[in-house]
Design a binder for this molecule. Structure first.
Ligand code: DX5
Ligand code: ZN
Length: 215
């Protein structure tokens, strides 16, 4: 059974309490919270203040995806805001191992996110230190983009790297996940599906989440 992590980026920000209540009632496992700084990605979303509101609105896991430069300067703020999992981008971290140690020493699970052009081989030496890989299946910055099919190859490669060493690392797929492609993504070896548009733009989000969960 996949872990389902709806991305609140696609929710209606004028009705966040309702959106949170809906997710709390649903089979969703995690809240996926997308942080964008207008520098690492060409868009700005929200920061720790809103994460703290989500933390108050749910007991589910808050999975915070930092699409920002110099994430080490903000790890403590996101911990204080209530993040359970904090992911940083490999492309933004010249001293990635230090970022991972910082996140873990703050008591959060540590994730590494990789852009579509970044080979999964680059994760080899850090894989034993992390809890999650966020394999981006679109170029980060916006919801509602189309899934890049080559991601399926990367999922298989990464899953083999994890299984060969019997590591406990989850593979999360982020971007363009739909009810049409989700089965293929899981069969390739993914554990976590992030879904923004396909949940929040659905006529019945609770039913859509249930269908993802039943895959
Ligand atoms: C993209 C974000 C994603 C995004 C997914 O930069 O990291 O989490 O919100 O949205 P959909 O599912 O609409 O592609
Ligand atoms: Zn994301």
């Amino acid at each position: 059974m996949p872990i389902i992590a709806p991305s609140l980026l696609a929710s209606n920000f004028l009705q966040l309490q309702d959106e949170c209540n809906m997710l709390n009632k649903s089979d969703a496992d995690w809240f996926h919270l997308d942080i964008m700084d207008g520098r690492f990605v060409p868009n700005i979303s929200f920061g720790p203040m809103l994460v703290a509101f989500f933390r108050k609105a749910t007991n589910k896991i808050c999975d915070v995806h930092l699409m920002i430069e110099e994430p080490g300067n903000y790890a403590e703020m996101f911990k204080a805001a209530g993040a359970d999992i904090l992911s940083v981008h490999i492309e933004a971290c010249p001293n990635l191992h230090r970022n991972i140690q910082q996140i873990k020493s703050l008591g959060m699970k540590a994730g590494v996110a990789v852009n579509p052009h970044t080979p999964v081989e680059l994760l080899k030496d850090i894989l034993g230190d992390i809890d999650l890989v966020n394999l981006m299946s679109v170029n980060p910055g916006f919801g509602g983009q189309s899934f890049i099919p080559y991601t399926l190859v990367k999922i298989r490669q990464l899953r083999a790297m994890i299984d060969d060493r019997s590591l406990d690392v989850k593979i999360e797929i982020d971007g363009g996940v739909t009810e049409e492609n989700a089965k293929q993504i899981i069969d390739a070896g993914a554990h976590v599906l992030v879904a923004g548009s396909s949940v929040f733009k659905s006529a019945d989000p609770i039913a859509a989440i249930a269908r993802f969960k039943a895959l």
